[in-house]
Design a protein around this ligand. Structure first.
Ligand code: GLA
Length: 400
């Protein structure tokens, strides 16, 4: 039996491409120098026990019926991870300890670091060789287990990132490439003071955006005279058409998924199907604005990557600001505290600032000329109380 295995899974900060991944459109995140350490020691108990310093309440989950032992929200991620591991890793039991310096529940993707770290460490403890791409794929489905129809950005960057680089991730077709961070560019992240837990209202608000983009996709395809055959239908399936931006402006402001499906002549379940959550097909949801955000944000990913490649820090900062405005006004996932902390960081010398991650609370990120970090951190703490700190683009998952 192998000895204890230790995995290090970092948090992530997204630089560009927010709320685009679940539309199959690109993202540009970094892994950061804050991480969870997951130590796993295998045994034959048939039970996976997980104790965490970052999350409260030890989990005791049966290897065969993990859902029955879920007693806290974070246990749901573990149950999802165990369910995904069933098919690939036949190990019996394990004792797992999670520590680290990645703040939990705040939007730096502690949940994905947990699922990625636990899947990688358990697989290794059970003597199964899982490539990081496969860890990311399993962790994405594991995370949907808690009812958030996440797009897969967090798990991929956490599994695959390289120090000193952002990771450009494309989903359709899948591809990743490392984008060097130019000299002179630093990143500061700042907590808004509001947690962004992936449960309750935030989960429903997130899933509403997911279904809204699917509805926009089928309505746009219908206007263009074709039907998207893939499931779920994604804005990526129509995003390449030249006139898509113009047509998107003709979408209904709001509509129920059931009415969008009727107009497009498709079964509504193709819009509302979520891995582990219900969605009300009669609920009126935002369509035009979410499409406008996602299509413009995808273009900003290309622009942000080009600005980094050219070392044009000013242009890069401006893209962050535009992204924040679009997330605030069109996708509508900002909060007053996030707006406030971004404004404070810009005023203190940041080149640009935006919310990062799903929003509805959590963290903002600022692009800062190297040397100006302290002033930006002080301004952020003055605005919302912090914490605020620099983050360094770091390596993804490592088995130590
Ligand atoms: C969360 C999800 C990601 C992504 C972001 C928004 O972090 O887990 O998949 O959708 O929100 O960009």
């Amino acid at each position: 039996m192998p000895a204890t295995v230790v995995g290090r899974a970092p948090g992530r900060v997204n630089l560009a491409g927010e709320h685009t991944d679940y539309s199959g459109l690109p993202v540009l995140p970094i892994a950061i120098d804050r991480s969870l350490l997951v130590a796993a020691a295998p045994n034959e108990s048939g039970l996976v026990e997980v104790h965490s310093e970052a999350f409260e309440g030890t989990a005791r989950l049966s290897r065969t019926t993990p859902d029955e032992g879920v007693a806290a929200q974070w246990h749901g991620y573990l149950a999802g991870a165990l369910a995904e591991l069933t098919a690939v890793a036949p190990g019996s039991g394990a004792r797992v300890l999670v520590t680290g310096d990645l703040p939990a529940g705040g939007g730096l993707s502690s949940s994905s670091a947990l699922t990625v770290g636990v899947i990688a460490a358990l697989a290794a403890a059970w003597s199964v060789d899982l490539p990081p791409e496969e860890v990311a794929r399993l962790a994405t489905t594991a995370e949907r287990h808690v009812g958030v129809e996440t797009g897969g950005m967090d798990q991929q960057v956490i599994a695959l990132a390289r120090a000193g680089h952002a990771l450009r991730i494309d989903f359709l077709p899948p591809a990743v490439r490392n984008v060097p961070i130019p000299a002179g560019l630093s990143f500061v992240v700042a907590f808004s003071g509001q947690e962004a837990p992936k449960g309750g209202a935030a989960r429903d608000a997130y899933n509403e955006r997911v279904v809204g983009t699917r509805a926009a996709a089928v309505l746009l395809a219908h206007q263009m005279g074709f039907e998207i055959e893939a499931d779920p239908p994604l804005l990526a399936h129509v995003a390449d058409v030249d006139v898509v931006d113009v047509l998107a402006e003709e979408l209904p402001e709001k509509a129920a998924a059931r009415d969008a499906a009727r107009t497009a002549g498709i079964d509504v379940a193709r819009l509302t199907a979520l891995t582990n959550a219900e969605f009300d097909p009669a609920l009126k949801i935002s369509i035009r604005r979410v499409a406008r955000h996602v299509l413009s944000e995808a273009a900003r990913v290309d622009a942000a990557e080009a600005a980094l490649a050219a070392g044009n820090l000013k242009a890069f900062g401006a893209i962050l600001n535009e992204s924040h405005a679009s997330l605030r006004d069109d996708l509508r996932c900002s909060t007053q505290a996030l707006d406030k902390v971004c404004a404070a960081m810009r005023k203190a010398g940041a080149l640009g600032a935006r919310l990062t991650g799903a929003g509805f609370g959590g963290y903002a990120v600022a692009a800062v000329p190297a040397g100006n970090e302290d002033a930006v951190i002080a301004a952020a703490i003055g605005a919302t109380g912090g914490p605020a700190f620099t983050v360094v683009p770091s390596d993804g998952l490592r088995l130590l």
